[in-house]
Design a protein around this ligand. Structure first.
Ligand SMILES: NC(=O)c1ccc[n+]([C@@H]2O[C@H](COP(=O)([O-])OP(=O)(O)OC[C@H]3O[C@@H](n4cnc5c(N)ncnc54)[C@H](O)[C@@H]3O)[C@@H](O)[C@H]2O)c1
Length: 327
């Protein structure tokens, strides 16, 4: 089937494009290249530069594509996602992440696309009391980024009900790692996630890794998170897209590994592979002690399960970053 991927030049979008092509689908990428890179788009995908805020351009692209077969399903990755930036620039986040989704949905409705897959986040859960998140849990985001994603999730549901659009909403936990080909990986100017920061330290691009807080209510005092390999995540998107097109039913699913590792455990696992310096610093505001995905629903409804573990995540990110460094 033909798949429209908004944000397909970014980290998760580009990996999903690779998996869609491996599964035999035809892919059209639509991206404004604000944080994405043209080189990350697989050469077998057709690329259109454009903004999701530009509804007319989306319709134009979808109409042009119709000549070789209509787009069956649209995937939305095109968002801003840096939490501290969302706190200082909330209007920019509402504009891109809420108004952008509104314009894209309007374009899909106008062009007759009936299925949409949306990237949401564990940030919609806020600070869960018990640490393990289920899709039916209470949602109470604690920053504008999470709020915009929750608003978009709800908009998709209402628009879907009114206009006959089926949706698959995925709430991701901590995504990391790189494609086995090492052609693509996490290549951004602003790196804020633990795994790439460890690798940059191991590769001498940073002096010391900071671990934010070691006095949380966890066995070793550092925060516990759920790390999922980007390739496992991308594979779930292929299944999610196929599912909503073939079965016409809405899905709302967590995507994580279902396992929690403390920051110290990740650091220890990385130290078995590479050497680097680290230090404990103050807690960051708004970091919950424990965030783990319950992935039962994704297992049951998609027949999906994560195949790659923490070691695969660490090794692939290191190999990709080393490749970037060597040019
Ligand atoms: N990376 C994570 O750990 C993580 C975790 C939870 C959720 N998510 C969600 O996954 C999605 C993808 O994240 P990512 O890490 O790949 O980010 P990314 O910044 O690498 O990718 C986003 C892509 O969307 C494009 N884009 C942004 N705004 C656009 C617009 N208005 N019009 C057209 N293109 C636009 C960018 O150029 C980029 O290619 C986002 O929706 C994000 O909220 C990511």
């Amino acid at each position: 089937m033909k798949v429209f991927v908004a944000g397909g030049a970014g980290y998760i979008g580009s990996h999903t494009v690779y998996e869609l092509l491996r599964a035999g689908h035809e892919v059209v990428v639509y991206d404004n290249l604000s944080t994405g890179r043209r080189e990350a788009v697989h050469p077998d995908a057709r690329f259109y530069e454009g903004d999701i805020l530009d509804r007319a351009r989306i319709v134009e692209v979808l109409e042009a594509e119709r000549e070789t077969g209509a787009v069956a399903v649209a995937l939305h990755f095109a968002a801003k996602l840096i939490v501290p930036e969302s706190v200082t620039h909330p209007l920019a986040y509402y504009h891109n992440n809420v108004e952008g989704v509104r314009q894209m949905l309007a374009g899909l409705v106008e062009a007759g696309v009936k299925h949409v897959v949306f990237s949401s986040t564990a940030a919609v859960y806020g600070e869960p009391q018990h640490g393990e998140c289920r899709e039916g849990d209470y949602t109470l985001p604690i920053n504008p980024y999470g709020e915009t994603k929750l608003a978009a999730e709800r908009m998709i549901r209402w628009v879907g009900a009114a206009h006959g659009l089926t949706s698959c909403v995925f709430r991701y936990f901590n995504v990391a790692g790189a494609d086995a080909s090492l052609e693509i990986g996490l290549d951004k100017d602003q790196l804020t996630h633990l795994v790439p920061l460890i690798m940059q330290t191991a590769l001498g691009q940073r002096d010391t890794l900071s671990i934010f807080g070691n006095d949380y209510d966890t066995p070793d005092g550092t925060c516990i998170r759920d790390y999922i390999h980007v390739t496992d995540l991308a594979r779930a998107h292929v299944l999610g897209a196929e599912h909503i097109v073939n079965r016409q039913e809405d899905l709302l699913l967590n995507l994580g590994s279902g396992k929690g590792y403390s920051v110290k455990e990740v650091v220890d696992a990385a130290e078995e592979l590479f050497s680097f310096a680290y230090e404990y610093t103050e807690r960051r505001p708004g970091d919950p002690a424990k965030l783990i995905a319950n992935i039962q629903k994704a297992r049951e409804q998609l027949g999906w399960r994560p195949e790659l573990g923490l070691r695969d995540i660490l090794q692939s990110d290191y190999a990709y970053r080393k490749k970037l460094l060597c040019g």
